[in-house]
Design a protein around this ligand. Structure first.
Ligand SMILES: C[S@@+](CC[C@H](N)C(=O)[O-])C[C@H]1O[C@@H](n2cnc3c(N)ncnc32)[C@H](O)[C@@H]1O
Length: 264
């Protein structure tokens, strides 16, 4: 039996597993998800997906760096923490963990609202949506969350509801490599987990910066594909946070997480 537990996730992170994620295992996601471009309004959420997520996640606000944000996550009290992975009916739920990189970024945005106030912000690889929600809470004028897993968009809807945050746009297209848009700020939490992704992100982010002067902030606890990538020589450390005990225990040895400003 494969456990979905933290240690398993941490073990996977840093390997090229994301490139091999199979598509929907036993049903077409498009039949469940009305559109890949949705305002995060709970009323648009397919009732079947809502029920599944409500039954298989737990609301939590402790053990991470942003206790002021409530999140539905996969915890040891959830069935799929220990259940056979094959029974999970969607893509592997990487969104269901609040990763150290995202935690640091969200903490930074909440503590430094001037970074996002009146800004058009993209959270790329938004996962559970915590960093996008932090940007909204801190006064961003426009926030778009982007994750290639549409179920992350559904989780984001529920998490917006939990935090009484007004609906904002979720996009599930792969934006990396696409024509760049005029973002004031792009935030990325724990997105440098494979060499290929790091290379693609590096080029695309550079284009965003050169075309529109976009500011890019990256949250990362020191993962191999981030620290060893050439992008690292063009980063400026903004801040570092000690990880809470629970996140440390379950993050494969990481004790802190950092926010970096990419300035090529
Ligand atoms: C390690 S998780 C980080 C989630 C969140 N940023 C955090 O820090 O908690 C990576 C997320 O990126 C998403 N992802 C993977 N490739 C992507 C891509 N090309 N574009 C957008 N999202 C992607 C995954 O579905 C997953 O939710």
């Amino acid at each position: 039996m494969i456990s979905w537990g933290w240690r398993w996730w941490a073990h996977l992170c840093g390997k090229d597993v994301f490139r091999n994620i199979p598509e929907q295992k036993n049903r077409s996601i498009s039949s469940l998800w009305r559109s890949y471009h949705q305002r995060t309004s709970g009323s648009l959420l397919d009732p079947e997906i809502r029920k599944f997520l409500e039954e298989n996640t737990e609301i939590t606000s402790s053990g991470n760096l942003t206790p002021e944000i409530k999140l539905r996550l996969l915890t040891p009290h959830c069935r799929f923490w220990k259940e056979k992975a094959a029974l999970w009916p969607y893509k592997e739920p990487y969104w269901a963990i609040y990763w150290p990189g995202g935690q640091g970024l969200s903490r930074y945005l909440l503590d430094n609202p001037e970074v996002v106030q009146m800004k058009k912000v993209l959270d790329l690889g938004s996962g559970c949506g915590a960093t996008a929600i932090a940007a909204v809470m801190s006064g961003a004028s426009e926030v778009v969350a982007n994750d290639t897993d549409p179920i992350a968009g559904a989780a984001l809807m529920l998490n917006c509801e939990l935090n009484k945050v007004n609906p904002f746009l979720f996009v599930s297209d792969n934006l990396i490599g696409s024509e760049v848009d005029s973002w004031d700020l792009i935030v990325l939490g724990d997105m440098f987990y494979s060499e290929q992704l790091a290379n693609n992100l590096h080029q695309w982010l550079k284009k965003c910066i050169r075309t529109y002067g976009t500011k890019v902030l990256i949250g990362d606890p020191g993962r191999h594909h981030f620290v060893c990538h050439q992008i690292h020589s063009q980063l400026h450390k903004v801040t570092e946070y000690s990880l809470p005990e629970l996140t440390q225990q379950e993050s494969n040895g990481s004790t802190s997480t950092m926010v970096w400003h990419y300035r090529p």
